[in-house]
Ligand binder design. Structure first.
Ligand SMILES: [Mg+2]
Length: 162
């Protein structure tokens, strides 16, 4: 078994953080709970985050700014925006800025798991697509390179994509 899926959970409501963390830990995710956008950005620099669930309305930098900062630094991370009712316009704006999806709080667990599955699938497929592209380009350019050369370049590609 490899590592668990790292899920960054960002919300200023402590009760919501606690209950979501419990639910998602119980389903096998490694949940990193933080109550501010600033802390989310810090946490993502310290460990590889696969998916972030980000509340739209928070003191300090809001969900949209957090989304932008995370996307800029972590190209593979998929981000799901959480909204209270009445913030659909801002949530749609987040979709335009690269959020995978937005969900209304409180979240239905089954619906959330479905969205998490699709978001993680997208992340894995995007990484694999890039890997395939790099391999094809490398092979095209390698001309008369030896098998050992090609093996070592493949090794570089394989180790550089985490
Ligand atoms: Mg909030």
């Amino acid at each position: 078994m490899g590592r668990k899926i790292n899920l960054l959970l960002v919300d200023d409501e402590e009760q919501f953080l606690d209950s979501m963390k419990k639910q998602l830990d119980a389903r096998g995710f490694n949940v990193i709970p933080v109550n501010r956008g600033e802390k989310a950005i810090e946490a993502a620099r310290k460990m590889p985050v696969d998916i972030a669930l980000v509340d739209l309305k928070m003191p300090g930098i809001d969900g949209e700014q957090t989304l932008r900062a995370l996307k800029k630094e972590h190209q593979w991370m998929e981000i799901i925006i959480l909204t209270g009712h009445g913030s659909i316009d801002s949530a749609l704006e987040c979709s335009r800025r690269g959020a995978y999806e937005y969900l209304q709080k409180p979240c239905n667990t089954e619906e959330l798991l479905e969205v998490l599955k699709e978001a993680y699938k997208k992340k894995v497929m995007n990484k694999n697509k890039l890997e395939e592209k790099r391999i094809n380009e490398m092979l095209k350019m390698s001309g008369s390179a030896s098998s050992l050369d090609i093996l070592s370049r493949l090794r570089e590609i394989d180790s550089g994509l985490d």
